[in-house]
Each structure stands twice: as C-alpha cells, then as structure tokens.
Design a protein around this ligand. Structure first.
Ligand code: BDR
Ligand code: CA
Length: 318
C-alpha cells in the first residue's frame, strides 16, 4: 500500500525533482506540499511547486503556503540561493509553463497541525527546506511531535558544509527552528545530510537519459538537474566530473526505498550561537556527549539505484 507523505519544500531545482518523484511514484500517496522561505522567497516556492505539479498532470495535489521568514532571526536576509553559472541569481520561476492551479486558502502550519491531529493512517513528514514550518507547528501544538510517526529531514552535514565551511543551507537558514526539531522527541527521525546526498551524484550523461524519456517529468528533471550541473561545475565542482547532488530527491527516494541510504543511529544537535559554526549539525559520531541518539543519520547512498529510481519513475514505469 502507498505510504502517505507530506512534503515541505522551498522549490528550488532539487525540490522540484523531489516533488515529481513523490507525486509520480506509486509507493507514495502525496497528501500535500507545504512551502517555506528558503532557496527563494516563499511565494516563488509556492508558484514553482504549483507549476511543477501542473506540468506533470498532478495539479490535484494541494499546495499550502508556509512561513516567509526564519523563526527567530529577524535580521536574516531573505535567501536567494539559486544562481546561474555566472553567479547571478537564477530567475525565480522554474522553466516549466505557468501554473493553472492555485495554492490553498489554509496556511501550511495550520494544515500540518490539523492533518496530523485528524490522521487515522500514518503520514510521513518530509521537510526538504529550512525547518521553519515544522518548528512553528511544534510551538503551536505541544502534541505535534508525538502525532508524527516518522519524519525524514534533508539537511545538515558532518564532513562538509555548503553555505559555510561548517553548515548546510537548510539548517543554517533557520538554525533555531532546526534546533527545536532535533530536540522535539520525534519517534523516528531520519536525517539525510550532505554526506549522503554527495554520494548520489547525477551526471550530465544521466541527464541526457532523463531528457530522452520524452515525458514531461523526464524533460523537466533533465532541465532542472542540467542547470544544477552547470552551477556546480562553476561554483562547487564535485568529485565526479559534470555531476550534481539532487539532495531533496534522495530524501524522498529513501522513503520509497530505505535501502538507498546507509544510516547510523546517533545524537544530533544544532549550533545556534557560534560565530563560525552557526547552523552546524553537531553529530555525535563517537558518543562523546552521552546523550541518547535521536536520529538515524545517513552517511552513504547508492547512486546507481537512486538514478534508476528517478529514471523508472519519470518514464512512468515505477
Ligand atoms: C539544500 O539546500 C537547498 O538549496 C536545496 O534545495 C536542498 O534542500 C541542500 O543544502
Ligand atoms: Ca530544498
């Protein structure tokens, strides 16, 4: 039976691939997408999410707009993270036709609280942007963590950062929210950090295979991933030539097939103070802190099987 999922996104090229994977794979019943300020201001994340769902014929999936700024950092700039190869900011709208469907009248945080309150079946919560909406739900509903049976977070890093030497973007963009999430006592929290997503690189040649599928999802995925490859080649060259991580899609992939990632059960906390380390996920790999583990942390991923999953799903053959 398909697993019910709510995907919290800041769409974004890799979020867009994650949305398509969740919306099209038969093992997932995508209950809704919630959007959050992150890669770009939230209204553009919402618009991009609607565009992508319409483009693949899944405009029936409701989209709820979430919070427009970090929980506590009033002085943080509204992030605009997606850049083109010359370092200029990528246009806000993804290169698929304008949306015909509209966002829901209810906001993301209210939707999350009410949906988990009313749930009679398990719903997996998959946040792949800054954790602002999730922290707000925790603050407003003291029972929220207990009502969420499983949460899979894309964010954080142990051996490498991407926005600072210490930190990964989703956690850095709202560190107080992330700190709340890791301290909340979720029953089953899986963290998919950069350490795993950088093991599941998608190459330019594979992008051509996606393009050759000729399906709306295959062609859109090729455009989004192709753009990421150009940007990574210029600004953050990967070990595999002409390749890119597709972070958020790996998190969704791990819900479909948990064996795509290799995890260790560890304690994770988030640094909110350090001048050089703000937004760092402090992952106690050697049990030095004496705190009980609170997360299954992915350090590895099966790149070949991850790409196969994308290819089959976007071919309509999953
Ligand atoms: C994360 O940051 C965002 O830019 C991506 O969408 C992904 O969720 C990777 O650090
Ligand atoms: Ca994201």
């Amino acid at each position: 039976m398909a697993r019910k999922v709510i995907l919290d996104v800041d769409t974004g090229t890799d979020d867009a691939v994650a949305v398509m994977l969740a919306a099209l794979h038969p093992a997932i019943d995508l209950v809704g997408c919630t959007t959050v300020n992150g890669n770009i201001p939230v209204q553009y994340c919402t618009d991009n999410t609607l565009r992508v769902l319409d483009h693949i014929g899944r405009g029936d999936i409701p989209v709820y707009e979430g919070l427009s700024r970090p929980l506590a950092r009033l002085d943080f700039p509204v992030p605009r993270r997606e850049r083109d190869s010359s370092g200029k900011y990528h246009p806000d709208a993804l290169p698929v036709p304008a949306a015909v469907s509209s966002k829901q009248g209810v906001g993301a945080v209210e939707f999350l609280i009410e949906t988990f309150r009313a749930a009679t079946e398990e719903i997996v919560l998959v946040p792949v942007g800054p954790l602002t909406n999730i922290a707000a739900a925790l603050a407003l509903d003291p029972g929220f963590a207990k009502r969420v049976p499983e949460i899979v977070v894309m964010g954080g890093a142990h051996a490498l950062g991407n926005v600072t030497p210490s930190a990964e973007f989703n956690i850095w963009a709202d560190p107080e929210a992330a700190a709340m999430v890791f301290a909340a006592g979720f029953e089953k929290l899986t963290l998919v950090p950069l350490d795993a997503t950088h093991r599941a690189l998608v190459t330019k040649t594979q992008c051509e295979e996606l393009e050759a599928l000729g399906t709306p999802a295959g062609q859109a995925a090729a455009a989004f991933i192709g753009h990421r490859i150009v940007v990574h080649d210029t600004h953050q060259r990967q070990d595999v030539p002409h390749s890119t991580p597709v972070h958020d899609a790996l998190a969704v992939g791990s819900v479909i097939d948990p064996s795509l990632i290799g995890t260790r059960r560890l304690h994770v906390a988030v640094e909110t103070q350090g001048a050089l380390t703000v937004g760092r996920t402090v992952i106690d790999t050697h049990f030095r802190g004496g705190q009980a583990p609170n997360a299954d942390v992915a350090f590895d991923a099966d790149a070949a099987r991850f790409f196969e999953l994308l290819l089959r799903t976007f071919a309509g053959k999953a």
